[in-house]
Design a protein around this ligand. Structure first.
Ligand SMILES: Nc1ncnc2c1ncn2[C@@H]1O[C@H](COP(=O)(O)OS(=O)(=O)O)[C@@H](OP(=O)(O)O)[C@H]1O
Length: 315
């Protein structure tokens, strides 16, 4: 089937709380805008994984930007230090190519640079076959569902330049609960990777946003070790772990000029986003400022049902 025919026949949803500014399509079980689905199809057809690839994966609004910054700083620390790293002048999303959008850049890296990091928001079931069949390492970050709902809502509301009053949170919450969110259903996205991690132990590292905030040192060390760039004893003594944590901290990143005034993908009208929108509050529990008691009960019940027996906690 031609790509255009696929999108004529698959379910679509024009987001009412964004005044119809965004239409999402449900393809292979997950919601996204058309251009990212098209990029997915291309990656599925063409991408050939290399054993050295390290996939940095997430559902949007779960800590992707932070994880990308950390992974980039870890992998490039032999080349750059805190005063020379590209992270000072380039926003983290522009430091790691996105599989479903920047395939050519990923392929160039394979040929020319040996840079191992590849980012994706793809659900596990949509990953290109060669990647699933390979032994590439996958790092997956996730976050409590209530803060993801608020982060998702505020990001799209700001990106579409609507005021909070013009974009009712209740409708955004209802869509999310129906699974209609960027790369949603959120629970299915996580469960795909979670189940795969049990089928292939040692292949997928799960990092929880809240755990990383509570204990960045241990989690950054786990990350570095897992992706094959462990810190030496000398590096630890010299404070390299702490320096990377500080460099990638919300406080530091959100105050860099590039992240205050730059734009991500400025040349692409449909997805150009001001960098500052990727750095909002980074507070655990901001959901309490948005949720009614009823909403809290509804999402807790839904997540209990969806994750029952899996061992995952998303509250
Ligand atoms: N460095 C750092 N440390 C901790 N937290 C950070 C950092 N950078 C971004 N953020 C917060 O992450 C939330 C955005 O999630 P994502 O980066 O996954 O968004 S996206 O998928 O890339 O659009 C969003 O959370 P909310 O503030 O709750 O909306 C960002 O503020």
């Amino acid at each position: 089937m031609e790509d255009d025919d696929i999108f004529k026949t698959c379910p679509q949803h024009t987001i009412s709380w964004l005044k119809g500014n965004i239409t999402m399509y449900k393809y292979l079980g997950f919601w996204n805008i058309k251009s990212f689905h098209e990029g997915t199809i291309l990656a599925q057809k063409c991408f050939k994984a290399e054993p050295s690839d390290v996939l940095v994966s997430s559902c949007p609004k779960t800590g992707t930007t932070w994880l990308k910054a950390l992974a980039f700083a870890i992998v490039t620390r032999d080349k750059f230090d805190e005063s020379t790293t590209p992270l000072l002048t380039t926003m983290p999303h522009d430091c790691i190519p996105l599989l479903e959008h920047d395939l050519k850049k990923v392929e160039d890296n394979h040929k020319n640079s040996g840079f191992p990091l590849v980012a994706t928001h793809l659900p596990y079931s949509s990953l290109p076959e060669s990647l699933v069949a390979s032994d590439c390492k996958i790092v997956y970050i996730y976050r409590n569902v209530k803060d993801v709902i608020v982060s998702h809502y505020r990001f799209l509301q700001e990106a579409t330049k609507l005021s909070v009053d013009d974009a009712p949170f209740e409708a955004a919450f209802d869509d999310f609960c129906q699974g209609i969110s960027w790369c949603g259903p959120y629970w299915d996205h996580i469960l795909g990777y979670w189940k795969a991690s049990h089928e292939r132990p040692g292949r997928i590292l799960f990092l929880k946003y809240e755990d990383m905030k509570r204990d960045p040192r241990n989690n950054v060390k786990r990350l570095a070790e897992f992706i094959g760039y462990p810190f030496s004893i000398e590096e630890e003594k010299a404070g390299v772990v702490e320096n990377i944590i500080k460099l990638c901290s919300f406080e530091n990143m959100s105050n860099l000029e590039v992240n205050k005034s730059g734009t991500h993908r400025p040349e692409e009208e449909d997805i150009a986003i001001e960098n500052r929108l990727y750095f909002r509050k980074a507070k655990d529990g901001d959901w309490e400022n948005y949720f009614t008691e009823e909403m809290k009960e509804k999402i807790d019940k839904l997540i209990d049902e969806k994750l029952s027996g899996t061992g995952l906690v998303l509250k």
